[in-house]
Ligand binder design. Sequence first.
Ligand code: PMP
Length: 343
Amino acid sequence: MTDLNKLVRENVKALTPYSSARDEFIGKEGVFLDANENPYGKLNRYPDPHQSELKSAVSKLKGIAEENIFIGNGSDEIIDLCYRIFCNPGTDKALIFSPSYGMYEVSAAINDVKTIKVPLNMNFQIDMEALVPLLSDEYLKLIFICTPNNPTGNCINNTDIESVLSHFKGIVILDEAYSDFNDQPSFINIIGSYSNLIVIQTFSKALGLAAARIGMAFANEEIISFLNKIKPPYNVSLLNQRAALKRLTSISETEYQVKRIKKERERLSFDLQQLGIVKKIYPSDANFLLVKVTDATYIYNELVENRLIVRNRTAIVENCLRITVGTRYENSRLVKALKKITI
Ligand code: PMP
């Protein structure tokens, strides 16, 4: 059992959270002269700071109680809030695997938190032998695991994740941003079994709302209450809450799009395999492919000339491009352009 009392920063435990006008009077009816808003207009009122309607819809969709859900301004906000709750600047540490999503490290640096970087093994899985001795570091507060991992595309073995969860006394943040693109069960279903587990998901990928900046965290009530305690009062705009709610009314559309993207992922992968410049395509459980090529920087630049933009990841995985699966037309354009490149 993780002792949250020991993990949460003293200043966070002690602080009195900001109490907004909408915290102090909850009702919807009345003449509102309490929040210094402009009385005219359509977007003149502050949004619900607790995103109750959206939480209720997410709760129904995921089968998780509202008390176990936090909504952030993108999952990037949630990552930052986790550092602020658990890590004392200048002394505490977070463990991240490499290669993985870059914001774990950037957010640590912003918060003056040291990072321990552990390379994933040849199969982009956790090297448990290398990891275990590091878990007892008393300053280590957070471990980030991204599954499916960005930029490698693979899911991390569930048994390894559960082993980290049960051996580590600190908080494990499991980033499931791409989990809709594979059939593995989500870890949100076992937040009740691990008091140190925070699962993050997002509306930016399968749910198609990257512009709206909506992230979700699932964890035990105590952790969720700390996230609520330190978040900016109106962290998710009314427009974004509405966009997310609307999206959840047409879940069959999301399912249809995910199915198409998965089918295109297989077709794109097959087409890329036929090309001489492609050395390896890593298996993907996400909506992108990590592709090893003969010369990533040269090919990247040639593609840009053709107005085809992929991500050059050679700095973190040598000679690799990360290619997001697009529409059938977009993928065909990419393959056609790649066919003309010889190096
Ligand atoms: N986690 C991972 C693994 C990501 O790849 C990304 C975005 N590329 C994010 C989180 C950030 O998501 P959001 O748009 O919800 O901030």
